[in-house]
Write a protein that binds this ligand. Structure first.
Ligand SMILES: O=c1ccn([C@@H]2O[C@H](COP(=O)(O)O)[C@@H](O)[C@H]2O)c(=O)[nH]1
Length: 269
């Protein structure tokens, strides 16, 4: 697939629905699948899951931390996961949550967004060294999802703090992303992360013109009703993200496939 990330994402969502399925090889899930907590077990888990998910969902989101935990062999598995997701026809959103000074950010952009074995379609990035410091990732010609209002309760203290102009930190991140997407249609390349667990009154996403990654759906307790409450009825541009709630149905690919189908059906009601 070629073209801008936002356009490719809109196309993928139109064809496959908005679900973003996570590949999070938690040690507990490996054990539940009867696999050892070693690089071999990691590979069996991650590739089985990716093959099933990538044939059905618009976006596959590997959580880098669970691969990094196994060192170089874990990264090699992550490379195979990226390739397998592509082969299945899904876009790859690598959840790495990187953020640093601009010169170092350029190296992160090269690591995760340049063409190469780990080159994803989009990454998650953290703006707490300053939104503009993320420029190398935002201008890499791919997609980036900037943490704005995360799904975990601990995020609230810093993200709902007020700036001198009265906006929350989270709203200022959304507004900065919106500026980057100003002339984009149907969706810009710069998305934000807003948990499906947050208070809907907190944020105005109406000028974003970009995608919203919405984790918290499933294992963290948010439901479809919460998604609608937080993001409105049509969920335009919103990618509900679920990892453990789907993955716990493995290792049987049939059961895993059925869990994806069920989740997609719920999201479409
Ligand atoms: O605000 C955020 C940002 C990222 N995440 C990541 O999403 C998945 C959620 O996994 P579940 O099993 O569906 O809870 C995980 O990789 C997190 O690191 C998030 O949860 N919240």
């Amino acid at each position: 697939m070629s073209g801008r990330f936002g356009a490719r994402l809109a196309e993928a969502v139109a064809a496959r629905g908005a679900l973003c399925a996570g590949v999070d090889p938690h040690p507990g899930l490996l054990a539940a699948w009867g696999l050892p907590a070693d690089p071999g077990g990691l590979e069996r888990f991650a590739l089985t899951a990716t093959e099933v998910l990538a044939e059905r969902v618009a976006v596959v989101k590997p959580q880098s931390a669970f691969f990094e935990a196994y060192g170089a062999r874990g990264i090699a598995v992550l490379e195979r996961v990226v390739a397998s997701a592509r082969q299945g026809g899904a876009l790859v959103l690598l959840d790495v949550k990187r953020g640093d000074i601009g010169s170092t950010m350029a190296a992160y952009a090269a690591a995760y967004l340049a063409e190469g074995t780990l080159g994803a379609d989009a990454v998650t990035v953290s703006p707490y060294l300053g939104f503009e410091a993320l420029t190398p990732a935002l201008e890499a010609g791919k997609g980036a999802f900037v943490l704005a209002r995360t799904s975990n309760p601990e995020g609230a203290a810093v993200q709902t703090a007020r700036l001198a102009d009265g906006r929350t930190v989270a709203q200022s991140i959304v507004d900065a992303a919106a500026e980057r997407n100003a002339d984009a249609a149907p969706l810009g390349d710069v998305g934000v992360v807003v948990g499906a667990t947050v208070d809907p009154a907190e944020l105005d996403l109406s000028r974003l013109h970009g995608p919203v990654l919405a984790p918290g759906f499933g294992a963290q307790g948010a439901t479809v009703a919460d998604l609608r409450r937080v993001f409105g009825p049509g969920l335009p541009g919103v990618l509900p993200a679920s990892s453990r709630e789907i993955l716990r149905h493995g290792p049987d690919p049939v059961a895993l496939r059925e869990a994806v189908r069920r989740t997609q059906a719920i999201l479409e009601t």
